[in-house]
Design a binder for this molecule. Sequence first.
Ligand SMILES: [Zn+2]
Length: 466
Amino acid sequence: MRFNLPVLISLGASLLVSTAVQAKGHPEAEKQVLDLSKQTIALRSVRGPGNMTPQVAEVLKAALLKAGWDAKDIEIVPLDDTAYLIATWKGSDPALGPVVLSAHMDVVEAKPADWERDPFTPIVENGYLFGRGSSDTKFEAALALSSVIELRRQGFKPKRSIVIAYSGDEETTMDTSKVIAQRLKNADIVLNVDGSSGTLAETGKPLYWSWQGGEKTYVDYKVDVTNPGGHSSAPRPENAIVQLSEAMAKIGAYQFKPEVNDITREYWTQAARIEPDAKLAAAMKAFVANPQDDAALAVLRANPATVGKVSTTCVPTMIAGGHAQNALPQSATANINCRIFPGHTRAEIMAELEKVAAMPPAKFSDVTGDDSVEAPASPMRADFVAAARKAVTAAWGPVPIIPTQASGASDSMWYRALGVPSYGASASMSKDSDDFSHGLNERIALLNIAPGVTYYLSLLKDLTAK
Ligand SMILES: [Zn+2]
């Protein structure tokens, strides 16, 4: 994940859900998950000098070759200081679009001096695997890949091809992500296994599992006001700082129109059923019944876990201006960061902000760059929803399943922008207290290994069968 997903909802540990189903076990695959996780965590795949992402790809390639993949079906393609991996297991019907497993091999920088344990030395301790990338997302990449190998070991013959497509710069520029999506735009479905999909109670009990079917578009707009300046002893009505401040105050107070799509409608409906805070649960229900319900909106907008799911949001995040204590400012500049609800263009939202600001001297420009793209939400595909439910139930027991829309941005946006349905759907579950992705002492609970293999075997068998 490049940007943190907000915590779905905070759930009390009082919720009673049956404990994880004991998997029958796939000892070879389970051993391989841990081996590959450790080998890849030990490689410092961080953007910049010494980037070892290509070596991560080599480790994964070696595992596939050993498991029977043909060398010509595994590509490691270098790009700048990184590389991406595309490995294909051909299905029996070449006319069908492939099922793509998407993850990334790069990690966010980690300064060893700040960590209790060396970030690039994998350490197993108290039921956890520690190290940079353990939760985001080398463990899950190893889990998905080892499960595909297990599927092959079992003699399974997929009808659709299974393509393992791991990017090499998801945490930074996403250049490989863009190339991969372009190359695999014929895919039937993309399963993005980045990050944890499920939530465990602090007791370790599975609480719910969620899949991500859409994400908001990340955008930055720059707002500039320029004036001729002059001596501060002779003020004029036009003052760049005052004009910019007035515009920012209006934008700060502005609320975009509340919206619901198929994904968020289902999210509010399911989340309301398990949300322990009665007031919040009632607001979720009222909002889905009437998105213009002001009382419900006030509750949802006051909660950091739900505010981003109601509408587009824009917020001033940086400001600079003036050049001397005794001069009229010649310029003032602000940055506005937006997360756009799927279905709107960046230009459309910028025009709306200009209208809200109603300050002609304030010049707006989109400075996002090309590492973000407008992408529609993926449809609620019945075959995916059914296969995911079956796989999660086999792995974790009958837990609630909740679709969600993230605030952006993951590799899925590049596929969705090309019209390929993409679903954030990893096997793993974690406690809120274990969420250290991008942070210090990142870790993943080893109890995820056995159910994880069960999950991927079930999901991939179902999605490649027809
Ligand atoms: Zn990630």
